[in-house]
Design a protein around this ligand. Structure first.
Ligand code: DHB
Ligand code: FE
Length: 289
């Protein structure tokens, strides 16, 4: 049967993609940030999964105010990097896993979560920047992402957004779905977005190190406490875009320890401010069996 071997958590920022794409990673502003991902890139090589289930948010790229799915699962065979206004990023096409994605859709919908099934979708920086951070950035024409990726888009852009508790419970349902897939494959589940940031209004530029580090503590050691945090706390303390952090709880809810198993091993914890307007956090947890 399929099993979830690890969860990976990382912020996304479009400027990180631009720094990678324009060869600026060794500039003094960016060097400390990319240094924080050196371990993760090697770890990905050493622990290559068969599939990544990647929880992220679309930024009015594939979806607009015309249609706002709360939870959307990508079931296509391929997802093109999106043009977000300055041309698509020069990164490889993302190959999906239609069989596993369809199985997860069937199982999770039958566990009473309403997913939108997406058979055609371009993927924006919310998905491609975490992939670049963890998998590196050789030239797109000579490089494939290391494995198929199932995109799972969460609405954290237009209110109403899902609660942290609902995201945590959804992670548990996704875990059940993956564990009932009849093939011996290893799956990573990634939670992306966050940490504290606010991109508009009077508080634009807000970053809250104290909140972020307390969130990382809870994410690692007391995820139920993180799930108990009401969405208004994220907005007040972590800024309007800090709400992206609820997506991390989907990945955390899929881990062994919150489903009757052993505590995970913390392989990496990294925090850096700022990257563009955003506080960047990164955690790797390995399941123990
Ligand atoms: C920035 C951060 C985001 O999460 C995003 O989606 C867009 C921009 C920023 O910090 O610039
Ligand atoms: Fe974002």
């Amino acid at each position: 049967m399929a099993k979830i071997t690890a969860s990976v958590f990382t912020s996304h920022v479009p400027a990180i993609g631009a720094a990678l794409d324009l060869g600026k990673t060794q500039e003094p502003y960016w060097q400390p940030l990319f240094k924080g991902y050196e371990y993760g890139k090697q770890w990905m090589k050493d622990n290559k999964p068969d599939v990544v289930f990647l929880v992220y948010n679309d930024h009015a790229t594939a979806f607009s105010l015309d249609m706002i799915p709360t939870f959307a699962i990508g079931t296509a065979a391929q997802f093109q990097p999106a043009d977000e206004g300055w041309g698509p990023r020069p990164v490889p096409v993302v190959h999906g896993h239609p069989e596993l994605a369809s199985h997860i859709a069937q199982s999770v919908i039958q566990q009473d979560f309403d997913l939108t099934i997406v058979n055609k979708m371009d993927v924006d920086h919310g998905l491609t920047v975490p992939l670049s951070l963890m998998c590196g950035q050789p030239p797109a024409d000579k490089f494939e992402w290391p494995c198929p990726v199932i995109p799972f888009a969460v609405n954290v852009v237009q209110y109403p957004v899902p609660s942290g508790q609902r995201c945590f419970n959804l992670g548990k349902a996704i875990r059940k779905a993956i564990e009932s897939y009849d093939e011996d494959i290893n799956v990573h589940i990634w939670g992306t977005g966050g940490m504290s940031h606010q991109l508009q209004g009077a508080r634009a530029g807000l970053i809250n190190k104290e909140f972020d580090n307390a969130f990382l503590d809870k994410l690692i050691s007391d995820p139920q406490a993180a799930a108990d945090t009401p969405h208004i706390d994220y907005v007040r303390d972590a800024g309007s875009e800090g709400i992206e952090l609820v997506m991390w709880l989907i990945a955390r809810g899929a881990m062994n320890d919150v489903n009757g198993g052993k505590a995970p091993i913390l392989k990496k914890r990294f925090y850096h401010v700022p990257a563009s307007n955003t506080a960047v956090g990164h955690v790797i947890l390995e399941n123990q069996f």
